[in-house]
Design a protein around this ligand. Sequence first.
Ligand code: DWN
Length: 399
Amino acid sequence: MTCRICQAPTTEILDLGSSPPANALTVTADEPQTSYPLVVEWCPSCGNVQLRDALSADVLYRDYLYTTPRSPTLDAHYDILISYLRMKEILNRGTSVVEIGSNVGHFLGRLSHEASRVLGVDPAREIADEANRSGIPTIAEFFDSVSARRILQDWGRADLIVARHCLAHNESPHEMLAAAALILAEGGHLLIENAYVVNTIENIEFDQIYHEHMFYYSVTSMSALLGQHGMRLVDAWLTPVHGGSIVFVASVDDGQTVSSRVDEFLTSEASILTASSFARFAGRSHTVRKDLRDLVVGLRRAGKRVYGYGASAKGNTLLNSSAISREHIPYTVDSTPMKQGRFLPGSRIEVIPEGSSHPAPDYYLLTAWNYEAEIIRKVRDGGNRATRFIVPIPSVRVV
Ligand code: DWN
């Protein structure tokens, strides 16, 4: 296939079979579902890692169910982001901020106390409505050159454009960056955050591979992408959220000082983003999938009850690629009202509220392992001292 960043030929890394979109939870357990291939490939020329098959944004996002959870882990991350932006003098009381993929506006709500004005852009209609009800001005549109022109006309330019966990979620990042260039004020900045491909392959986070994640960025590939749009990477740093993410800071102003971290990442990635690293990632992914299925099947055969914890997108890749279904795990607990009562795509596991009346299981499979400490603390503080936890990534273990 062809790299969507630099058009060079790509090499297949991992084929996880076909599955429905990770957030396509169904209303009934037998609702027909369409499955699509999940094949990851790598571009040796620019370092880009991408899905071979990109689904249309309408299929993925118009009736989207993921709402950012209220989480101490994420709140602490928002504090770090805001402190960084203020320290770098990118954010102050006069700053105009647009957030792409703003979801229900948790982060934008925090930024609204630090900036002069904020605007959210999110294509999921129900989620945008929820953000507006909570006072975060949000337009229910995809961020592209059409919506950008309307923002420019109706709202004005942005000194800061935030794109957390959404630039990887779009078949054409070129369209998003071209649209960003239309509304970015002179001397403005972009803050882009996504899962970091080095964490994905080194921590065997194959469950980060799902149809929404069309790109798996590195400093190498992000630099190549930004360069095609007259933008420069001026800083990059790691954060542990969502299993290990990277924050990119870009500017169109050539006079900006570039942090030494950028070159340090480029150097380290040159020895990590290699064919042998990807082959090791693929091999260890197969091992985790087999170990997880063997453990869950064995526990079921021994009469143990296993529930999922967290109806996460990554959890659906973990379950479906490990051939684990509702015959092994009858329920998954989740805090998201829109997900409760629905059924997970592919596995057809029913989603039930946290603290539901169902008796606690013998084991929770942490399909939201990125909140391991927070979830275990919540379960224990709730008086459940018996249920044990299966943590699947980077290798299957019981705690
Ligand atoms: O890139 C993306 C990341 C940032 O968020 C999106 N494509 C979609 C989404 O991925 P995810 O669904 O894997 O994200 P989370 O935030 O890891 O999902 C956690 C799930 O667990 C949510 O449905 C909420 C739920 N949860 C819960 O039930 N109790 C979460 C916490 C913290 C809890 O205490």
